[in-house]
Design a protein around this ligand. Sequence first.
Ligand SMILES: Nc1ncnc2c1ncn2[C@@H]1O[C@H](COP(=O)(O)OP(=O)(O)OP(=O)(O)O)[C@@H](O)[C@H]1O
Length: 282
Amino acid sequence: MTIPSKLRPQGATPRGKALIRIGAASKSFALPKGGRFDAVRNVTLEVNEGDIFGLMGKSGAGKSTLLRLFNLLERPDSGSITIDGQELTALGKKALRDARQNIGMIFQQFNLLQNASVFDNVAFPLRIHGSHDKAQIEERVRACLDLVELGDKADTYPAQLSGGQKQRVAIARALASKPAVLLCDEPTSALDAETTRSLLQTLKDVNQRLGVTIVIVSHELDVLGAICNRVAVIEDGAVAEEFALNDGDETPRKTALGRELLQYARAANASATSAAKEAAHV
Ligand SMILES: Nc1ncnc2c1ncn2[C@@H]1O[C@H](COP(=O)(O)OP(=O)(O)OP(=O)(O)O)[C@@H](O)[C@H]1O
């Protein structure tokens, strides 16, 4: 897939620089019978520009809550959330709305507007952020739909699409405002294995060719092993360990999940290498 340069995020920082800083963030929820539950506990994390950063952990560990702190869908009780140099918790409503244009998000259940066409779903974030230039919206929506290979589906409605196609529309919508960051909450959990593979390839392309930094929550180790360069293992709302997938052989991992993930990453690497070799012989 070739991604035209006009789709590249504006103001992208050089690869390798810290783009996201979560500083000692905590989040608790009120329990129905009184008291509070600590879903995220004192998390400090850095995600570098160009990373595909995975948040892994058992069910209920706090992964989704942590991810939702990144764009203040959940506001932390304490701590800071800095994206592209802006501390989000310090921003007023309008400035936060603007800052969120730099942070796209996709969800397990796609969250598309059912009564709107594919075109209007992708145009939605542009229109609500005050873009009134029809020609510009048209150009941007078409470019985003081409990017996810759904250029021919602009006039169809979500109900007429497969799960994989719905998630592609969600990606196109998330990229419409040229964000530097894409947050993915269990993006492949509702998809079959083959559709998952092709969607992961799209996310890799978005990362490598557009330079979009990706943070992905998944309970599927094969998914994280196939696309992440760095991961954090979340246990009881805290970071149990954090590591780069390519330094796994040298450093013993602290957690069982960390060790298991490395096996998946090696398997993904081996299959990518053999696919490349096969392709080279064709
Ligand atoms: N809005 C909320 N109100 C009360 N408790 C919540 C709320 N959101 C999350 N929690 C609780 O916080 C904990 C962490 O939830 P979270 O969804 O972040 O976990 P997770 O690691 O993403 O789990 P899963 O993989 O099952 O989605 C859970 O015990 C959950 O019940």
